[in-house]
Design a protein. Sequence first.
Length: 72
Amino acid sequence: MQYQETAMRQISPAALAVLGSMDTAYVRQIEEEGTIVYAIFSADGQRLGEEDSPELALIIAKQNDLDAFLVS
């Protein structure tokens, strides 16, 4: 157990973001060319797509095996 705790403390914030980016996403409202869209981002901030509604964006993310969350 001691070894695991020590190893975990050595993981950088960037490495943790990469670990989370494999299965976690967030949906955020953005304005693009004067239109409101709901963009889907991986945990590390990479834009994956966009939809017209937050509900649809969450559904699309979940259909792609991502745990998705709506953020403001």
